[in-house]
Design a binder for this molecule. Structure first.
Ligand code: NAD
Length: 505
């Protein structure tokens, strides 16, 4: 297996992390990890079987009592050390993430890795601040309080677009709250999740608290979701797969958290700063080659600014440098795979029949031809109900459409099944404020698009799912609240017993 690439040596012991050690999968089926910038296979591994999932769940269940019973301070200490180990390995993590995903090294170095370190440090602090209603004598005769308890062993599934950050978003709130976890990353990007789990162990998170199974969605994934010893499923990925995961989880009455697709609108009112909006639209649509669930995908621009906005976006897109992801001068890398690139090209080619491709709409030739590259693409003239406006393309493609009244701009923004993120661009606080209230999405930016922070929740409305990643709100997903009620009267015959005993003495 493999071909002498350093990634192969790094994971020679296997690509499953179960009970604190790397080991090989046992499915008998292999999966290549391909550098999408070159098409070169950098690692080949054996996928997890159902038996590997069972072993990971067993390890997580075994680790649960001690980890759930640790004090918040003990868990917090381990997470603080964990953040330190990740920071020490920043370069290795950034490099591996760039190679397995094709992300520009500038993005992994300045966004993926520091974001993950910060998230880890955030949950180290948050572990000691689980919130609940104060204890009190709400009935008059009893003292009531809530206990916030871990759910048990969590089974999580992640996508390929931000493998390290998605591992962090799934693992950190779960373990900070005292759960143990089995995570299944996307099969094409298995490596940084393993490095994340190894760093946790090195920081003192006990073996079995974090387990990684790298297996196929249809077998290892479904087996994990349906596993009777898993108490909760947290899934990030497409809405189509989310529906299937929900069906399986519902059958076994599991707690469910779904972070699904997005189709973020970008609404530019006619008093906006066009230069700021154009820069925001280009950066917000091209980040991670557009493979971002919150990426700006549909820009609605009020008629007076429309022409200037389209011209500015086209000019800026032409300045974006495609190149080797490991070169710090590269702005845009390839898509995650040739398959994804062809999928994106298919969307654009079908749109050509009824819309205008202003710039891009093709793969570059020359040195980049062997990689999964696709040029930044700007489309105008598409119908609101067309595929390119309604469906998640997940590539470096921005559609721009005009609108006339503020009402129309907001209606168009809300007119897809998705509701993950949106932005409104205006210098009028009342217009922007209205957009923040009326756009149905889990996040609305004003005069920006993309920034995320550990302290604030991330999650969808509508077909983008339910539940929150990051922030203290994620503890609502990863804990269950128990009401404890003590009688304070010591009276044998309580008033409310009249409902049964009537007025009998
Ligand atoms: P995907 O839905 O194809 O796969 C996601 C994960 O599900 C992978 O690990 C895959 O192996 C697994 N899977 C596939 N079939 C399965 C099944 N039948 N049962 C259980 N697991 C299964 O998504 P993707 O292509 O990897 O990622 C892109 C999608 O993820 C986009 O739709 C994007 O919007 C979404 N996403 C959402 C968020 C968010 O926070 N809402 C964040 C990142 C990505």
């Amino acid at each position: 297996m493999g071909n002498g690439h350093p990634m192969r040596d790094r994971f020679a012991a296997g690509t499953q992390y179960i009970g604190g050690r790397l080991r090989s999968g046992t499915s008998g089926r292999t999966q290549d990890v391909v550098d999408p910038a070159t098409g070169e296979t950098v690692h080949t591994y054996e996928l997890a079987s159902a038996a590997d999932v069972d072993a990971a769940v067993a390890a997580a269940r075994e680790a649960l009592p001690a980890w759930a019973g640790a004090t918040p301070g003990e868990r917090s200490d381990a997470l603080h050390r964990f953040a330190g180990v990740l920071a020490d390995r920043a370069e290795d993590l950034a490099h591996t993430e760039s190679v397995q995903c094709g992300k520009p090294i500038r993005l992994t170095t300045e966004f993926d890795v520091p974001g993950t370190v910060d998230n880890t440090a955030f949950f180290a602090g948050a572990a000691r601040h689980l919130q609940g209603q104060s204890a009190g004598e709400y009935s008059g005769d009893h003292t009531s309080y809530v206990r916030r308890e871990p759910i048990g062993t969590v089974g999580s599934i992640a996508p390929w677009n931000y493998p390290l950050q998605m591992a962090a978003w799934k693992i950190l709130p779960a373990i900070a709250a005292g759960n143990t976890i089995v995570l299944k990353p996307a099969e094409i990007t298995p490596l940084t999740s393993l490095m994340f789990a190894e760093a946790a162990a090195e920081a003192g998170v006990p073996d079995g608290v974090v387990n990684i199974v790298n297996g196929a969605g249809r077998d290892a994934g479904e087996h994990l979701v349906g596993h009777p010893d898993i108490a909760m499923t947290s899934f990030t990925g497409s809405t189509a797969v989310g529906r299937r995961v929900a069906e399986i989880a519902t059958k076994s009455v599991k707690r469910l958290h779904l972070e699904l697709g997005g189709k973020a609108p970008f609404v530019v009112f006619d008093d906006a700063d066009v230069e700021a909006a154009a820069h925001g639209a280009v950066a917000g649509s091209l980040i991670n080659s557009g493979q971002d669930c919150t990426a700006a995908t549909r820009a609605y621009v009020q008629r007076p600014l429309y022409d200037a906005f389209v011209a500015a976006v086209a000019d800026l897109m032409a300045t974006v440098r495609l190149g080797d992801p490991l070169d710090p001068a590269t702005d845009l890398g390839p898509l995650v795979s040739h398959l994804q690139r062809d999928r994106v090209a298919g969307f654009v080619d079908r749109a050509r029949a009824h819309a205008t491709v202003v710039t891009g709409g093709e793969a570059p030739q020359g040195d980049l031809k062997r990689g999964a590259y696709y040029r930044p693409t700007l489309i105008t003239g598409a119908a609101q109900d067309s595929e390119i406006v309604q469906c998640e393309v997940f590539g470096p493609v921005l559609v721009v459409l005009p609108f006339d009244t503020d009402d129309e701009g907001i209606d168009l923004a809300n007119d897809t099944p998705y509701g993950l993120a949106a932005s409104a661009w205006s210098r009028d606080v009342y217009r922007a404020g209205r957009a923040t209230r009326e756009i149905k999405a889990g996040c609305v930016w004003v005069n920006d698009h993309i920034p995320i922070i550990s302290e604030m929740p991330h999650g969808g409305y509508k077909a983008s799912g339910f539940g929150k990643d990051m922030s203290a709100y994620s503890f609502e997903e990863y804990t269950q609240v128990k009401h404890v009620m003590y009688d304070n009267t010591a009276i044998a015959r309580k008033d409310w017993h009249r409902t049964i005993f009537g007025d009998r003495p």
